[in-house]
Structure formats: C-alpha cells, structure tokens
Design a protein around this ligand. Sequence first.
Ligand code: GLU
Length: 290
Amino acid sequence: MKTRFAPSLTGYLHQGHLVNAIWTWGLAQAMGGEVIIRVEDHDQSRARPEFLEALEKDLQWLGFWDLASEIQVQSQRNHFYQEAFEALQEDVYPCQCSRKDIQLFLEKHPEESSDTELRYPNLCRDNHNPLEKKETAYRLRLPHGERTFNDLILGPQSQNPWEQCGDFILKDKQGHWSYQFACVVDDFESGITNVIRGTDLLESTGRQLFLHEKLGNANPPIFAHHHLLKDSSGRKLSKRQKDFAIAQWREEGKDPKLVLGEIAFGMGLIPSKDAVDPASLGEFFTSYKP
Ligand code: GLU
C-alpha cells in the first residue's frame, strides 16, 4: 500500500489539509503502507516560495514530514509530464477558446452544458488549423460513456466525464500542466496504490481513471474520498481561508499534538480534545485493516 499527501501550493496549510493528513497517514498505518508527500505546484502562476517554506515548517512541526517515505515537488518533475504528454499525442488537440468563448457558446446551446461545472463543448476537436502564434492550450479527447469505481469509503460510484467536463485540459495556455494531468502522471509514475482525498475532488476521479487507462496503467489506484470538516456555522473549510492557517498556531507556540487532537475531535475520531500522535493514527482506522 502506497499513498500520498498532495497539498496544492496555492496557499498556506489549513485545518482541511490536516483532516486529509489524518486520513492519509491513518489509513496507511492501518493498512501497513507508506506515504509520500507531493507538493502540487504545477500551477506556477499561483505557487509562491513562502508557501513552500511554510508547508515544510508546518509538516515538520506536526511530525508528518519525518513520517513520509519521500518528498516530491511537481515543478521538479517536468520530464515525466512531457514524456506522458508526448505518449498521448494522438488523443490531444490544441484549443484556443477563452472562458468567455465557452460561456457564450453554452448560453446559445444550453443542452451542451453540465450542472456541476463549466463543461467544454469540444469546440476545437476538429479544428486542424489552429491560429499560429496565439497561445494554445491542449485538451484530451474523451470517449462517451461512464466510468465506474468502488470507493473505499463511499462505495460504488459512476461518473460520466463526457457529460461532466468534456475534453479537459492537459496543458494550459501559459504552458502549465493541469492538476488532472500532473496528478495522474505522478500517481502512475510513483506506483500509488491508494488515493485518499476529500469529497471536493470526487468528481475528478472518472476522468483520472480514463487518463490512467490512456497512459497504460493496468493497475490504477483505489480511491477513498472522505468528508470535509465544517466550521461551527456548517460551512466547509475552504483550502484558501487564511483564518485557519496552521502556521498561525505554530507561531503561537501551540502543542502540535493538541492541534491534531482538536482536528481528530472535529472528525469524530476521539471523544475529547486530547493529544494525538501522528505516528499512532492507524488506531482510528482499524476497520480498514486488510
Ligand atoms: N492538490 C489537491 C488539493 O490540495 C489534492 C490532489 C489529490 O489528492 O488528488 O486539493
């Protein structure tokens, strides 16, 4: 069993990340597996060096850094993405549509839209003569049809990427690899057997399974999507909410084990806010023991 903790480098670590860290190390310990830390800084327009510095300090302070079997940083892994991108060439096409172009098209053709996200109606699929010089994104041709998988936590799932998102982006107009693409290339290349993440990413799984298949991964990971923590007013804790930055607690000199205890209590794992050791999280997840 090999899994990963994969925070995006678009902000500071917050409580929602700790919920994911507790699930990730908890399941890995219960299942006798290992965890790699993967810093997702594929979006270089949003990643900032101070986020990386704070992430490392936060994870060291909490004790997760030393529990990881490897640390990966996406911006140092360009060659893997480039190689995979070239392998997919037959199924990739250039696209110069702007968000506005897509919105205008969908206003005129509402039957092409999706309820959950801005669906790309595959406008450039058959355009073999993209304008030269204009900045170009690259999309992957999707087939029609459903993807099914058995989520370790949520049970059987079925998704239809064609209807949800349409042909999705592998590389954007600025030349950045997309989350979907970099994530799948990394999971495949690193031999990840289990992906453990929040339900906010559930909708990505069908399209990621399709990408695994396209890249020739005969053993795609098993997926587990856990619930997200809500604040006292019932709002989901967003990954960009600065008010919950872990760095703040670290700088205030809080006990990191009590911070983990507070989160574990919020998740319903313990009856009171006691200290929790990151090396003993497996005991909360014994029902997942193989
Ligand atoms: N980087 C993503 C996030 O922080 C998680 C990616 C994943 O687990 O697939 O939301």
